[in-house]
Design a protein. Structure first.
Length: 494
């Protein structure tokens, strides 16, 4: 197809095979590795063949992938999609600001339609940036009507999703027992197959009475994986892990989000029971759950997946996640070495490993690696073509894994395929109603602003600044015209 052709859903009629031609293919399949000038043929919703100069059916639609990198669709294992309605609102928050805003003050004002609005925009954003599978860590589901709204939005977007059902305003041992909860699973999840999965999302406080036990039992009864924020400084800790372990609720399907502030003993328990971590490095850097722990997880042989957490604060594309993860890991290796007066001579974590975490690692964490996560013949065709002929950054491509992590960005996502269907081509989304999502989010913002009032809205978005105190300088600081509050404070004290 020519670059200038008007693209619409008719460009890729269903039933016609699609072949990607002449890409650098990162299969993430250990037996296939990387294929230069590679082709990938998709028939129906599956990857039919991977190789060079493939002979394809006559009616196949050809996508010119030359100059591009073709990789598996990315997998985000933890995103609070409903919070996308307030995108960027919490840019200057700490975790305490976040808890105050959603858990204490304002979480309760959000309505089912607000969950729908945030989810819809977030789901579109995910697909647009090449994240073909997203876990919607949906902890604003105050009633089942909210959960219906969440799923309505996910179903309106051609991505693969997992609803991690949660309610930050309720007790998990109560809401999981409600008859309408079981009914919801029957109505909205059962029979949806591989496009919509479900997990149970709740945190374990470490209360010695272990009230969460009942919620874990519900998860076991419904065969639902549990995803839990574990090792979050000031919120969850080793006691939660120990209680889960002692009661037999740590399983290979359990996902430990952040897993940052934990002891070796907790890591041993996670490793021994086969669980997976979900690391949101941008989040851990900024909010304060603890240092992004991949440098430690690698030593404990705990499998890693990546996530973006929430775009009320941060970006929501996995390019940012890969970059932040690799930077955090290497930064820590250097810092630890410097403490011993040593120099890191060889990098431990490689770009290739991080691309693996963003794709196959996520699929493995979700138990979906039998059908997604790599470009393997027979798997479902979830693919991302990173290609941008107008960008100076997409040339030259010498180290393709490093290129994905450090050079490319969401603006370079040219084509996205989910379950064999082209949902984005030539940088344009197909069959996606972005205007509708924008309108819904605008209504949520208007509503939240009027409900909170102007003062609370502004104060929540712009929390008080922490004071900076200058270090005593024996040479005296340079006087400057534009005094900052920090200088004022320092001069007051001197
Ligand atoms: Zn989270």
């Amino acid at each position: 197809m020519s670059q200038n052709a008007t693209v619409n859903s008719n460009s890729f009629p269903s039933g016609r095979p699609v072949v990607f031609r002449n890409a650098t293919v990162l299969t993430i399949d250990p037996s296939l590795g990387m294929i230069e000038s590679g082709d990938v043929l998709v028939i129906d919703n599956r990857i039919a063949e991977v190789g060079r100069q493939l002979v394809v059916p006559e009616n196949a639609v050809e996508i010119d992938a030359s100059g591009g990198i073709l990789m598996p669709g990315m997998v985000d294992t933890h995103r609070h999609m409903w919070q996308t309605a307030l995108r960027g609102f919490g840019a200057d928050w700490t975790l305490t600001n976040y808890f105050m805003f959603y858990y204490i003050n304002w979480g309760k004002i959000f309505r089912a339609e607000d969950i729908y609005a945030g989810n819809l925009l977030s789901a579109i954003e995910a697909v647009d940036s090449g994240v073909t599978t997203t876990v919607d860590w949906s902890h604003g589901l105050q009633t089942v009507e909210y959960a219906d709204a969440a799923v309505d939005a996910l179903e309106a977007v051609p991505g693969r999703f997992v609803l991690a059902y949660g309610n930050l305003l309720g007790a998990p041992w109560e809401w999981t027992k409600a008859p309408e909860f079981a009914d919801f699973i029957r109505r909205r999840i059962d029979g949806r197959g591989e496009m919509l999965g479900m997990q149970l999302a709740f945190d374990v406080t470490g209360d010695p009475a272990f009230p969460e036990k009942a919620a874990f039992e519900v998860a076991r009864d419904f065969n639902l994986p549990v995803t839990t924020h574990a090792g979050v400084w000031g919120a969850t800790n080793d006691n939660g892990i120990r209680l889960m372990h002692e009661h037999g609720f740590m399983t290979p399907s359990t996902i430990y989000v952040h897993a940052a502030t934990l002891s070796d003993d907790s890591y041993h328990r996670i490793a021994a029971t086969g669980g997976h971590a979900s690391i949101s490095a941008e989040s851990e850097h900024n909010a304060g759950q603890g240092y992004p722990p991949t440098w430690m997880l690698r030593r404990h042989n705990i499998p890693v997946s990546l996530s973006m957490d929430t775009s009320v604060w941060w970006s929501a594309d996995l390019f940012s996640a890969m970059r932040a993860t690799l930077s955090a890991d290497r930064s820590r290796e250097h810092m630890e070495a410097h403490k011993q007066n040593e120099t890191v001579m060889l990098s431990h974590l490689r770009a290739e490993q991080v691309v693996n975490w963003a794709t196959l690692g996520g699929a493995q964490a979700l138990g979906m690696d039998s059908f997604i996560g790599s470009i393997t013949p027979g798997k479902k065709a979830d693919l991302v073509l990173i290609k941008n002929d107008h960008s100076p950054v997409m040339f030259p491509i010498l180290h393709p894994y490093g290129h994905v992590v450090f050079q490319a960005g969401r603006g370079d996502v040219h084509t996205v395929m989910v379950n064999g269907k082209v949902v984005k081509y030539d940088h344009q989304l197909l069959d996606v109603d972005l205007a509708k999502a924008k309108q819904a989010v605008m209504k949520t913002i208007e509503y939240a602003q009027s409900k909170m009032g102007e003062q609370a809205w502004n104060e929540s978005m712009n929390p008080e600044k922490a004071a900076v105190k200058y270090i005593d300088n024996p040479y005296k600081y340079t006087e400057r015209e534009h005094d900052t509050s920090a200088q004022n404070e320092s001069s007051q004290e001197s």
